[in-house]
Design a protein around this ligand. Sequence first.
Ligand code: 13P
Ligand code: SF4
Length: 353
Amino acid sequence: MAAVARLSISPRPHPTLPAERGGAISLESDAAEYAQRVIPRDVAGMSAEIRELARKRNAVILAHNYQVPEVQDVADFVGDSLGLSRQAAATSANVIVFCGVHFMAETAVILSPSKRVLIPDLAAGCSLAATINAEQLAAWKAEYPGAIVVSYVNTTAEVKALSDYCCTSGNAERVIRAIPEDKEILFLPDMFLGTYLEKVTGRKMHVWPGECHVHAGIRPADIDRARAEHGDADLLVHPECGCASQCMYFKASGDIDAERTHILSTEGMVRHAKEHPSRSFVVATELGIMHRLAKEAPQGRFYAASEHAICRYMKKITLEKLLTSLRDDVFEVTVPEEVANKARGAIQRMVEL
Ligand code: 13P
Ligand code: SF4
């Protein structure tokens, strides 16, 4: 299976890659479109209606850190993939409205099978999750019998069902360290996170050559420019970024202040900014996080590593669609029971670690 090899090969071009990498998505035009989006005129009125509907239906609204500001502001919980999975597993609500992308809502279904899980727009997919399906994983596993499969949470339920462990950017390192040394590891689907993990843990793994079009689009040159413009800023880098390996290298070589370079999940970024409230920060991830950073660390100064880092899938969810979702009970996310039962073990291990 030639396409599944070490990181040195290029991933197969697919339509979700940015245009400059052979795909059909232009991050520039997505960012331009987002900049021109129409914010609802009556945010306060709609938010009040959403809160009232959520109360009546005993619904909890979970929002990922990349959601538009008005959706974050109306949610019960805002967080990263790991935090939201934990909320979904622990909630006593009857309904979970997931303002995030489809694989996150599927994870909530698997963790809370008795709840009704809604997503306000079914088109909220994920370019990274789309890089591997169950057939491809089955073929890869057949090449390495006995290997432990670690899937990043950005995967479909079918892929998780074929995995031993699931991880997020918030606990991936701990998951890899927990696997006995004598076991081979198949890590999927993010090659930048996989390479980063190999470096920090010293563990050799087989890494699937997948990538998120937004984070892959944040290039080493963006970091070079940001460092030149904001030399005194802390560098906060998501491990899915195309520049994550470069930052690791800079850190190790002493070229940048190791103390001020941090490779973090989105929640880790918020935590770090709150712990150092009056610093400036260069932020290398999807730009939805800026709202939460500004809200929770108001004295901080935040600069985007790339102004084009907008995820078209996360931005599918709007306040209007959230209102419709709660009012009309749409769109229910389901996972076949057999798949959910197989995937649950890997996800529970992730939540517990
Ligand atoms: P986090 O788990 O760090 O929030 O990342 C989720 C994601 O989709 C990154 O693109
Ligand atoms: Fe998927 Fe990337 Fe969007 Fe995260 S930012 S949801 S990994 S496409």
